[in-house]
Design a protein around this ligand. Structure first.
Ligand SMILES: Cc1cc2nc3c(=O)[nH]c(=O)nc-3n(C[C@H](O)[C@H](O)[C@H](O)COP(=O)(O)O)c2cc1C
Length: 187
C-alpha cells in the first residue's frame, strides 16, 4: 500500500514538508509506503472552464504539474495534501492546481472515488482550520473518505510565537496511524 504525500508549498523542504514528514513516519511505522509530490514553485494556471477535460479526464494544459498530479493520485492508495496557510486559506498556487486536478479527474470522471484522503496545514499562528476545510472540499466532492486525527490537522511552524507544537506533532502521528488503519480495513 502506498500513500501520496502532496507538498503544496513553494518550499520543497519547508514547514509543510516537515508536517507531512511526521505523518510519513507514522505511516512507515505501520508498514505503509509513501511517495512525495511537490507542486513546485513555477507558475500554475487557474481553471479556465473550457470543459476540455470532459472527455479525457485530464487538463488541456500540460505546461505545469496538474496532469502529473492526477497520475500520481491515481497510482496511490491514499492521498494527503499539505499546504502552508496564506491569509487563512491554502496557498493560491495549490488551489489553482487542485481546482484543475479535481475538476478534470473527479467532477467528470469520478476517478478518485473511494480513495482515502486527508488535508494538513502548516501555519505560523492561525487560519489552519479554514485551510484544511477548503482542501477537504475537494475530497468530499469526489466521494473520497476523509481520514481524521485526534484534533484538527494543523502544525505550528518553527517560527511560531505559539512555541514548539507537541500537540500538533501528535496530531500528525495519529493521522498517519488512522490513514494506515483505514487502508488496511479497505484492503
Ligand atoms: C503570503 C503569506 C501569507 C501567510 N498567511 C498566514 C496566515 O494567514 N496565518 C498563518 O498562521 N501563517 C501565515 N503565513 C505563514 C506560513 O503559513 C507559515 O510560515 C508556513 O509554515 C510556511 O510553510 P512552508 O515552509 O511549507 O511554506 C503566511 C505566509 C505567506 C508567505
Amino acid at each position: 500500500m502506498k500513500v501520496l504525500l502532496v507538498n503544496g508549498s513553494p518550499h520543497q523542504k519547508g514547514e509543510t514538508y516537515h508536517a507531512l514528514s511526521l505523518v510519513e513516519k507514522a505511516l512507515q511505522d505501520k508498514g505503509v509506503g509513501t511517495e512525495w509530490f511537490w507542486i513546485g514553485n513555477r507558475p500554475v494556471r487557474g481553471c479556465i472552464d473550457c470543459e476540455g477535460c470532459g472527455k479525457t479526464f485530464r487538463c488541456v494544459f500540460s505546461d505545469d504539474t496538474c496532469n502529473d498530479l492526477i497520475e500520481a493520485i491515481l497510482k496511490a492508495d491514499g492521498v494527503i495534501i499539505g499546504s502552508p496557510v496564506y491569509f487563512a486559506a491554502p496557498n493560491g498556487a495549490l488551489c489553482a492546481l487542485l481546482d484543475r486536478v479535481f475538476y478534470a479527474a473527479s467532477t467528470h470522471g469520478g476517478l478518485f472515488r473511494g480513495k482515502p484522503a486527508a488535508a494538513v496545514a502548516s501555519c505560523m499562528r492561525s487560519g489552519a482550520n479554514n485551510t484544511v476545510d477548503r482542501i477537504n472540499k475537494y475530497f468530499s466532492f469526489s466521494e473520497m473518505p476523509i481520514v481524521s486525527s485526534s484534533y484538527w490537522n494543523m502544525l505550528f511552524d518553527s517560527h511560531s510565537p505559539m512555541g514548539r507544537d507537541e500537540r500538533g506533532s501528535k496530531t500528525m502521528q495519529t493521522l498517519g496511524y488512522n490513514m494506515a488503519a483505514m487502508l488496511q480495513s479497505l484492503s
